[in-house]
Design a protein. Structure first.
Length: 414
């Protein structure tokens, strides 16, 4: 199991690193493309600015064909601009008039460039890759300037930035991978602790229900039988009393004991309905609703059960019963509801319980206040639902009251 878990962690780490690398490579490609364009635009802009200045300064010298002054100006300009590899001054027809090449043109660089080839051209010369800008002097009537800039420096800058980006990407990938693995391990640990917490809560809920069942059975089988015996003895005692006042007092005692016995049986049923294990959820809810109908408030409660309701676990049925029990008590006691609709819908994937009433409804502030004051009805319903990986929702009903919806999935043991 541990080896399998470690393999899963390493697989997740590799997958995450691959995703980061691919994303970084894509972003890096876009980044380097725009960097290259920016460098190229910068070189062209530099050449255009230098050509504009030279064209203004040397226009008269070109017309006079003063090669000495032209060469001097070209030399000083090249010294001030180390990025410029060469400068060529041409006649209007493209023939060279002067240049910064002391011993002829390098191989790969054309001697004549037509004025129709405007803009920037790329050459692979003996001096390396370069880009040449053609600039017209007086719209080409005086001549042209051909300014060449080496691309080697730009390529070196681009390679340096690419290396820096790849190094940063590698560092980010490693750190992200380590953080992702740590985060995944934390999530695994949290999930493990959550499963443990839910397991303990299920055991606590089951133990509490078992204790309720035990107390309910003792109340029904022992305490209730003792009170029935008391009623029997009271009846026998009544046949021996002759005074009317004594018999009346004994009758009041008998009535009080009978009321206590009924309340005791009701308490036993509320602690754990004895028919739940034998007859199922729907029968128990019908019995509980019938008991509420005979109460002082006499609410109109309807129960609708649909779908496949058989085969659910004891715990699922207990949670459904407790939810309906608590919701009905809230609707009658706090909501002052007169009509309550209870629906149970069984599905292959789980069960849905819905309780809707026409009572006074609720407000968010009221719910928060109830929780602060320790009214745990809503909290217990929600916790029971989450205990079985279900959901709990409370909203306004169509009649203006409260609607509670609980969905529970089928448990694995079902």
């Amino acid at each position: 199991m541990r080896l399998k878990r470690e393999r899963a962690i390493y697989g997740f780490q590799a997958l995450f690193a691959a995703i980061v690398l691919l994303s970084g490579a894509l972003l890096g490609t876009v980044f380097l493309y725009f960097q290259r364009q920016a460098l190229a635009d910068g070189m062209d802009r530099t050449a255009q600015e230098v050509a504009g200045t030279l064209g203004t300064l040397m226009a008269d010298d070109i017309l006079l064909e003063d090669r000495y002054r032209i060469a001097d100006q070209l030399g000083r300009t090249q010294e001030k601009n180390p990025d410029i590899l060469y400068i060529i001054v041409t006649y209007p027809d493209g023939r060279p008039l002067a240049s910064t090449f002391p011993s002829g043109f390098p191989a790969g660089l054309p001697l004549v460039r037509s004025s129709k080839e405007a803009g920037t051209l790329h050459y692979d010369s003996s001096k390396g890759p370069l880009r040449e800008v053609l600039y017209p002097i007086d719209e080409g009537m005086t001549g042209y300037l051909r300014i060449g800039i080496s691309e080697e420096r730009a390529r070196t800058t681009l390679r340096y930035r690419a290396m820096a980006f790849l190094l940063a990407l590698l560092v980010v990938t490693v750190l992200s991978s380590l953080l992702a693995v740590r985060y995944r391990r934390l999530l695994v640990e949290l999930a493990k602790k959550e499963r443990g917490r839910l397991h303990l809560l299920r055991r606590l809920f089951s133990a509490r229900e078992d204790e309720r069942q035990r107390i309910s059975r003792e109340l029904h089988d022992e305490t209730s039988q003792s009170m029935v015996s008391i009623l029997t003895y009271i009846g026998l005692l009544g046949t021996r009393l002759k005074e009317e006042g004594e018999r009346q007092l004994l009758g009041e005692i008998r009535s009080l004991v009978a009321t206590s016995l009924a309340q005791l049986r009701s308490l036993a049923v509320s602690l754990h309905p004895p028919m739940l294990d034998e007859l199922g959820l729907v029968a128990v809810l019908e019995k509980h609703i019938e008991t509420l109908r005979r109460g002082e408030t006499d609410p109109a409660i309807t129960l609708r059960a649909e779908g496949a309701l058989a085969g659910f676990s004891r715990m699922t049925e207990l949670v459904c019963y407790r939810t309906v029990q608590e919701a009905l008590a809230n609707a009658i006691r706090h909501g002052k509801a007169r009509h309550i609709d209870v629906s149970i819908l069984g599905r292959p994937e789980g069960i849905e319980v819905r309780i809707a009433d026409d009572g006074v409804g609720f407000t968010e502030a009221g719910v928060r206040r109830a929780r602060r004051e320790g009214h745990i009805g809503l909290v217990s319903m929600q916790e029971r639902a989450e205990l079985l990986s279900g959901t709990f929702a409370m909203r306004k009903s169509a009649a203006g009251g409260t609607e509670i919806l609980v969905t529970l999935p089928r448990q694995q043991e079902e």
